[in-house]
Design a binder for this molecule. Structure first.
Ligand SMILES: *Cc1c(COP(=O)(O)O)cnc(C)c1O
Length: 223
């Protein structure tokens, strides 16, 4: 068995069946995606529009692509026709543009709102208040389905910091679900949480992640 196939098999054993694995294939060639595909993996994550576009056009049509990077509105055409979910919606401007694209193209796009939970200033994402505002106005976006929240923890070996970051996502989701009255247009299925990467996915699973996004463990270091 190849390294990629054995990592996929190992993760399938380890992860609870309720947790979706997004295999993050960014910076790795289509042949690496195919190795994972042949091991049964069907959900892949990409963070650059051009790269997603190039892979999606040549790889099997039953792959479900998740876009997980910063998305500029002038790149939507390269991304939205090919993805089943945009996990990294980080501004109202982007959400509005995805919605307009959907209206023009007769599509509804599944999205997650990215919350800024890390202590690094550079990471993208909404504040808690920014997310609450969007969720309360979900009715303005007829062609997106806001399915949940996504986040990236601080890059650290300190597990207590990672747990505190992830806890912000869990708490906000639970707060919204506990009283939907402020969010009349929230989609029925709202509540998915995407958090956890190679170095912190075990903590994420333990804390209730619905989606984990794992790249390096499966495909090796990005070059
Ligand atoms: C690259 C990336 C991942 C995967 O990171 P690994 O550490 O390689 O598992 C997950 N989520 C996002 C948003 C990423 O950009």
């Amino acid at each position: 068995m190849s390294h990629i196939a054995s990592e996929i098999a190992g993760l399938r054993e380890e992860l609870p069946s309720s947790v979706k694995l997004v295999a993050v294939s960014k910076f790795h060639p289509a042949s690496a995606v195919m190795e994972a595909y042949n091991a049964g993996q069907r959900i892949f994550g990409e963070s650059r529009p051009q790269e997603l576009f190039a892979k999606a056009r040549i790889l099997p049509g039953d792959i479900s692509w998740h876009f997980i990077g910063h998305l500029q509105t002038n790149k939507l055409k390269m991304v939205l026709p090919y993805v089943s979910m945009v996990e990294s919606v980080d501004s109202e401007h982007l959400l509005g543009a995805i919605d307009r694209w959907g209206k023009e193209n007769g599509r509804t796009t599944d999205v997650l709102l990215e919350m800024h939970i890390a202590s690094e200033e550079t990471k993208q994402g909404f504040t808690r208040d920014g997310i609450l505002k969007i969720l309360s106005e979900a009715g303005n976006y007829g062609n997106v389905r806001i399915s949940g929240l996504m986040g990236m923890a601080t890059l650290t070996d300190d597990e207590s910091v990672i747990r505190a970051d992830f806890a912000k996502l869990v708490a906000l989701r639970d707060e919204v679900l506990s009283d939907r009255s402020g969010f009349p247009a929230l989609p029925e299925g709202f509540g998915l949480l995407s958090f956890g990467m190679t170095h912190d996915y075990r903590i994420a699973v333990e804390m209730g992640a619905d989606i984990v996004r794992i790249g390096t463990l499966i495909f090796g270091e990005r070059v």
